[in-house]
Design a protein around this ligand. Sequence first.
Ligand code: ZN
Length: 373
Amino acid sequence: MTLHLPGGATSTGTGVERAVAAMVSGKPVVLADDRTARANGFLVMAAETVTTGSAAFFVRHSSGLLCVALPGAECDRLDLPAMTGAANDPDGLAACVTVDAASGISTGISAHDRARTVALLANPESSEADFIRPGHVIPVRAAEGGVFRRDGVAEAAADLARAAGRRPVALFAALDSALTPTELAHGAELDAFARAHGLVTVSISDVIAHRLSTEPLVSRKVTARLPLQAGVTRTVGYHGLVDGAEHLALVVGRPRDGEDVPVHIHLECLTGDVFGSLRCECRYRLDRALATITAEGTGVVVYLRPSGTAGHRGSAVGRFDTGRMLSSVAAHILRDLGVRSVQLLTDNVGHRAALQDRGLPTRIHGLAVAAIS
Ligand SMILES: [Zn+2]
């Protein structure tokens, strides 16, 4: 069985920083939904900066459905239950009952009226009584944890608003195509649209990469001396700040001033690590890495224990790329331990990319086990 920890971040984050700056100043940005090859586009802005003019811009260039991503706690506080009892949206969009502002509007559908409704949804002073239901704006419950929990448009939009120092409440709408008016805008048309209107384009992947590279993912909790069959290690425990997972680093020696440190990144596998299951190579790789590191008198085993079910894990699960998150967690741990460059004891493309993206030059150790797909 193979262990697959795919890709590291490739974005420099520059695009996200420009998008965040735009949202700080109350401008919309174009968000490409690059989860699919078609990559439809969305207009996004921080909801608390919406004006009648910007709402009119959204209506003019979109399909006309204006959505507002909100944290679940805000949906609960404002009494915005799910639109349907048993949602079956294939995209998993958690739409709530539609709303209009309870006062200060006429029919509710004009840009003026919807701007007022959107602004009220973003206002911490608002209460459930400030809205009538149904209405012409669709609140959407954004997953807690944002794109780290679900790589959706609502989550990316809310994450961008939060990064801009705004409330994590974001107006978004699917961009219509001007070239093919019967379809949504996608691909190269998004860049052309953004250029024509002086907007920044980012993708959901950009938002994920930016968060992975800029946010602290772990905090160091405890250090203990741990004698093993292979030799004495220093064990350092880390707490995952995103998922609450508990990870370990087994450190041997004083890793060579942080340069060229032999490293094995291991994903917890109950059946392999504990019982020596022969269905996978986890135990073999772990034993071999510990033996190599002990023989060299220096090195680190990063033992990743993702939250969720135990047992051997194959490729990443769920909508968010768990493997990519774990590779970034490993990079954070190694940097915390003072490692500055790495010799990997397993040849894993995803790990190499993630470590290098985090500024850790990485090469493959001479005794590395065969490449993992
Ligand atoms: Zn295994």
